[in-house]
Design a protein around this ligand. Structure first.
Ligand SMILES: Nc1ncnc2c1ncn2[C@@H]1O[C@H](COP(=O)(O)OP(=O)(O)O)[C@@H](O)[C@H]1O
Ligand SMILES: N[C@@H](CCC(=O)OP(=O)(O)O)C(=O)O
Length: 363
């Protein structure tokens, strides 16, 4: 399984004012155990602002945006330093990937982020993601790491998103305020009734409370990824959730991953068209196979890397649509050539396919 784990500030501090090292050791050990069991893991971690506060001593409350950005800039490197040291104990290498909303909106950046994350996973490196708080202002922010973790789950097409927090799961009301609140173990679909359960902004250090977690659950489950909100202080929480144990609240996937991908590909109307030879048109139409540059004999229109293009058979009929791995100028230069010539022709390569089969839909 490919698992995205989101750790909120509330989990990293374990109820204190600082990064709680023993808690971090437990969490990293949990990640190592899940990887040992053969799963892939991506970590989305908050805690930069908190770590900045720990270092510089000025609390984030009532600070200006610029001051919070300083806290995040200082704290992010501290946070990564701590993670790198702990991961080292378990023989893991870590990578830092800082993202903002633009990285999900802009296709080129989206694809580049995806390529980097896939590259990390294929090399056994643990990617640790946070919002790029130091440069992102409100308008271009995702804004909270629950939502960010759902975007990341979609980006890497995760099989499971686990959000660990300081509550035992989703309750019928905020358990801090209502002693009679009870745990909801399963959510088949995020309905208005579920939305109504989210209280206010959560703990004094966290962002968003249950509201953003429900939002994350809705985004991820619609795209085919189940989500579990579980208590960060439960022993071996991650391994237990990954093993399917009923811990916290499980949100079932409501959509399919394929449908989500199709929507993404079809959502963009472009003028980019490539004309295929008979063999390539047949490969796409009949097998949904990748399109190699060798099968393209003409490129029409201007498009960037990662944009949707139409694939046309020699008779002009549209056989498919997909995301181009190359910009139109580059694709025109490698059209008709064998993939091993790409690097010689362009001086770089984004891989042997013009459109990878994972990014292609047949029409
Ligand atoms: N229905 C609910 N069920 C559980 N927790 C809730 C609910 N409504 C609000 N909360 C609050 O959300 C908090 C978790 O959010 P937050 O403090 O932002 O955590 P994190 O730092 O992990 O993102 C809980 O401590 C709890 O007080
Ligand atoms: N990006 C910020 C955290 C934002 C956030 O969503 O926090 P939390 O609700 O604790 O997961 C940071 O690293 O401080």
């Amino acid at each position: 399984m490919r698992v995205v784990l989101k750790l909120g500030t509330s989990v990293l501090t374990a109820g204190t004012d600082r990064l709680h090292r023993p808690r971090l050791v437990d969490l990293i050990r949990g990640l190592a155990a899940v990887r040992e069991a053969g799963h892939e893991a991506v970590l989305v971690s908050s805690g930069a602002v908190l770590a900045g506060w720990e270092t510089l001593g000025f609390p984030p409350r009532d600070r200006t945006v610029a001051e919070k950005q300083v806290l995040a800039a200082v704290g992010q490197s501290r946070l990564m330093h701590t993670y790198a040291q702990l991961a080292d104990l378990y023989g893991m290498n870590v990578a830092q990937v800082l993202l903002t909303a633009d990285d999900f909106r802009n296709r080129t950046r989206y694809l580049n982020a995806r390529t980097t994350l896939e590259g990390c996973l294929s090399r056994g490196v643990l990617p640790i993601i946070n919002e790029n708080d130091a440069v992102a202002v409100e308008q271009i922010k995702v804004g909270d790491n629950d939502t960010l973790s759902a975007f990341v789950a979609n980006l890497v097409e995760a099989d499971l998103l686990v959000i660990l927090t300081d509550a035992p799961g989703l309750y019928t009301a905020d358990p801090r305020l209502d002693p009679h609140a009870t745990l909801i173990p399963e959510v088949a679909r995020v309905t208005p009734e579920i939305w109504a359960l989210a209280g206010g902004a959560g703990s004094h250090r966290g962002t968003g409370g249950m509201h953003t977690k429900i939002q994350a659950a809705e985004i991820a489950t619609r795209a085919g990824t189940p989500v579990v909100i579980a208590p960060g202080d439960a022993p071996d929480a991650l391994s237990r959730v990954v093993a399917g144990e009923a811990l916290g609240t499980r949100f079932h996937a409501s959509g399919s991953r394929l449908e989500a991908r199709k929507r993404w590909i079809l959502a963009e109307i472009t003028t980019g068209r490539v004309h295929l030879d008979d063999g390539a048109a047949q490969a796409v139409r009949e097998r949904g196979g990748s399109l190699l540059p060798a099968g393209i004999h003409r490129v029409d229109g201007t498009f960037g890397r990662g944009q949707t293009i139409s694939l046309l058979a020699p008779d002009g009929s549209e056989v498919g649509r997909g995301l181009s791995r190359y910009a139109s100028v580059d694709l025109a230069r490698i059209a008709g050539h064998h993939s091993r010539e790409i690097e010689g022709l362009l001086g770089f390569t984004y891989g042997p396919e013009a459109v990878h089969r994972d990014d292609l839909i047949r029409l």
